[in-house]
Structures are given as C-alpha cells and as structure tokens.
Design a protein. Structure first.
Ligand SMILES: Cc1cc2nc3c(=O)[nH]c(=O)nc-3n(C[C@H](O)[C@H](O)[C@H](O)COP(=O)(O)O)c2cc1C
Length: 215
C-alpha cells in the first residue's frame, strides 16, 4: 500500500485539472492501487460494466494524443487511463456476478431471480439508454480512481476531448465498447491551474423539492 499523502478532504479541496505533467513513471503497485479503487465502485446490479485501458508507452501515448485533439498532457502524463463502457459486458458477466455474489452471501432468493431481472432491464435498452447507463457507471469508477490518485499524492487530469473513432482505432477496442473519458495521472510540471471557483450551494442544491432552499 502506498503512503497516503493527503486526506480525502484535502484531496477534494486541492485537486485541480492538471495542465501539464512531468512524465515520471508511476510504480506499478501505485497504479494498481489507483485502479483497484475504481473497481470497488458501486454499480447497478453489481454488473461493473466499466473497462479500462492503461496507456503508458511513449508510442501509444503519442497516438492517443493525436486522437485527443493533440492535447499535450495526454503524452506528458505518466499514465493515461482510458475509461470505457462495454455494452455487451452484462451478457457475458451475469453468471460471474451471481457466482461472486453467492460467495459473498447473496441470498439464494435474489440469485435465482437476478438473471431474469437483469436481462429484462438491460436487454430492452436503446443504444442511447445503454450509453447513458454505461456513462454513469464508468464515471463513478473513474472518479474513485481520480480521488485515490490524489490522496496518494499524484496529480490528475480528466478529459473528454478525444475522438471516439480514433481512440477505438489506436486501442483496438471491441465494437461494443464506448470511450467515456480519459484520466491522466502523474506529477504536475510548472504552475497548477487557477481555481475556477464553484457555484454557491444555494445555486445548485435544493431541499425537499426543486427551488426550495436546503434547511
Ligand atoms: C468529464 C470531464 C472532461 C474534461 N475534459 C477536459 C479536456 O478534454 N481537456 C482539459 O484540458 N480539461 C478537461 N477537463 C477539466 C475541466 O476543464 C476542469 O475540471 C474544470 O475547468 C474545473 O477545473 P478544476 O478541475 O481544476 O477545478 C474535463 C473535466 C471533466 C470532469
């Protein structure tokens, strides 16, 4: 386990979308600890439809940069995590999810109906609905990775500036995958980004119903 450099409160307050990285490599154990944090995220029916491609080689980072509107930090980051959702993942993983659940104490009554209820829920999704479902799961896992990296003392950069088709080609992704976001991890080079501020809580949070202040 890597040393924890910041509390979660500090990491949340101090995190910035890193503008530039120094490129020093990340030890594999640290990378695995960061990835593992994401894999512990919750998901609907525990179906874990996320998939991650970790890009560290100079050659692949260069290609990924070209697929990401030439953003320099894609090439500078020690590791780029390409976060994807697999639209067909649930079909392949349903038995495994139930088996793991049983090992952990899933009630038999739940296990016996899970196969039908998960299939009924997900097989009726349109392409758009599936993309929405995948997006929320991939982002909750990626956010857990981002915050774990920050508490471990790394700097991070989430990115949506990429071209789906080009990333598919560079990473040789299966057709059922959609790329949701990229996360650069490494150490800041040069000055950090300014703090852009956040809307006041009264602007974005309501109590009991829309428009009412939280009391
Ligand atoms: C999903 C997502 C996609 C983003 N895409 C990019 C990107 O492609 N390039 C970039 O430089 N910053 C990107 N950002 C960073 C945002 O610009 C940044 O988070 C925002 O300006 C607030 O700054 P802060 O994170 O430093 O507080 C992205 C952030 C998120 C959450």
């Amino acid at each position: 386990m890597a040393e924890i450099k910041k509390t979660l409160t500090q990491a949340i307050a101090e995190r910035r979308a890193t503008p530039s990285f120094d490129g020093t490599p990340i030890p594999l154990d640290d990378l695995k600890q960061i990835l593992d944090a994401g894999l512990h995220a919750p998901s609907g029916y525990n179906m874990q439809p996320w998939r991650f491609i970790v890009v560290q080689s100079t050659e692949q980072k260069k290609k990924l940069r070209a697929a990401s509107y030439n953003q320099a930090k894609v090439e500078e980051a020690s590791a780029m995590i390409v976060a994807c959702g697999d639209a067909d993942g649930w079909r392949k993983d349903l038995d495994l999810m139930i088996q793991l659940g049983r090992e952990g104490g899933m009630p038999e009554s739940y296990a016996s109906q899970a196969r039908t209820s998960v299939s009924n829920f997900l097989s009726g999704f349109s392409r758009e609905q599936m993309h929405g479902w995948l997006n929320k799961h991939v982002m909750i896992a990626l956010t857990s990775m981002m915050l774990m990296a920050e508490v471990m003392g790394y700097d991070t950069a989430p990115m949506e500036g990429f071209e789906q088709d080009k990333v598919h080609e560079v990473l040789r992704l299966p057709m059922s995958y959609c790329v949701v976001a990229l996360l650069g991890i490494g150490h800041l080079k040069g000055p950090d980004k300014y703090y852009g501020g956040r809307f006041d809580m009264a602007h974005t949070v309501f109590g009991e119903e829309f428009g009412k202040p939280l009391k």
